[in-house]
Design a protein around this ligand. Structure first.
Ligand code: LMR
Length: 329
């Protein structure tokens, strides 16, 4: 009898050890999906995050990065996140309007005069509060990644707003950006990032707005003979996760993951600063696209035509928020 009990206990102990060791062995997987190439600020930040997590939390957490819309485009990624199919993404701030109206702030034309102003606002109390603007929808913002200011590329030279009249422009899924192009008398079309090159190449659209690094890495400059250096708006990203996933992680691991993410964001922001200059230069060197520099008078015309969009969205976004962001200049 005694022997039998000992045997049963021994078997139980062994199987418990097996269960425990299996539990320890299974790491938490974080799928990080994004739409840009790897050699972009966001692509580099995502890869850095993967590497830092492997270094610091090897065995406990694994990050898998899916660039270039391989797993999800920005149109589907947030829904997929709420279903638990992806844990991290960093869509541009222009792509959240189905979840919150506050982030539309970042699409207002001529809001930030440079990236230092954008950074200053994002790190301010008001900017940090916006990270939580989708909590009721089950999404948590973990930080901002920079890309840069937008330029307008087109099939014809755009010096003044009237030059854009009647042209078709691809935009991100944002009503503010639609209003901005409508103010020019142009036709805005909301299309996924992954389709833009083909739309330009086949001349289904006449132009688009984007940062130097996106225009370069997506090869838009090869199919757009003119780029107007307008610096009229911002493309930055919100790193986002689902509350269910984030809060479900053990606290000590979550703290380390967040530290790795903060370090990766800082790295990505340095890349953004560097690429903004170097990718512009690469486009100039390619001689595929002419860069149009605006005179102060021409620039004033763009501001005059586009800025009334602020009033259109003031109620949805909140005047205090707009004032706070503008004050960072
Ligand atoms: C775009 O759709 O043009 C951008 O948001 C893509 C990106 O992630 O930079």
């Amino acid at each position: 009898m005694f022997e039998k009990v000992t045997k049963v206990l021994a078997i139980t102990a062994v199987s418990t050890m097996l269960v425990v060791s299996t539990a320890i062995a299974a790491p938490i997987t974080i799928k990080f999906a994004h739409v840009v190439a790897e050699n972009t600020p966001k692509g580099q930040a995502a890869n850095k995050f993967r590497d830092l997590v492997a270094e610091r939390l090897g065995g406990k957490v694994v990050v898998e990065v899916f660039p270039s819309s391989q797993l999800f485009g920005d149109d589907a990624v947030l829904e997929a996140m709420l279903l638990g199919d992806v844990q991290l993404a960093a869509p541009s701030l222009s792509k959240f309007e189905r979840y919150t109206k506050s982030l539309q702030l970042f699409d207002l034309p001529f809001l930030f005069k440079d990236m230092a102003a954008a950074e200053k606002f994002q790190q301010s109390e008001a900017g940090q509060k916006l990270l939580n603007s989708m909590e009721s929808k089950g999404l948590i913002g973990l930080g901002y990644i920079h890309n840069g200011l937008k330029q307008i590329s087109a099939s014809k030279p755009l010096h003044v707003p009237a030059d854009a009249n009647g042209l078709k422009f691809r935009i991100q899924t944002s009503d503010v950006l639609a209003a901005q192009f409508e103010a020019l008398g142009a036709v805005p079309l909301k299309k996924p990032f992954s389709e833009v090159f083909t739309l330009l190449q086949t001349k289904a659209i006449d132009g688009q707005e984007n940062t130097w690094s996106n225009i370069y890495s997506q090869k838009f400059f090869e199919v757009q003979p003119y780029i107007t250096e307008s610096n009229h708006g911002l493309i930055d990203y919100l790193v986002v996760t689902s509350a269910e996933f984030w809060n479900g992680m053990p606290e000590d691991i979550r703290t380390e993951v967040k530290k790795a993410l903060d370090d990766a964001i800082a790295f990505g922001n340095k890349v953004a600063e560097e690429k903004d200059m170097s990718d512009k230069q690469r486009i100039i060197d390619s001689k595929r696209s002419e860069i149009i520099t605006l005179t102060p008078e021409e620039r004033a015309q763009w501001v005059e035509v586009m800025k009334p969009v602020w009033k259109q969205f003031e109620e949805e976004i909140g005047k205090d928020l707009i004032d706070a962001a503008y004050a960072s200049n």
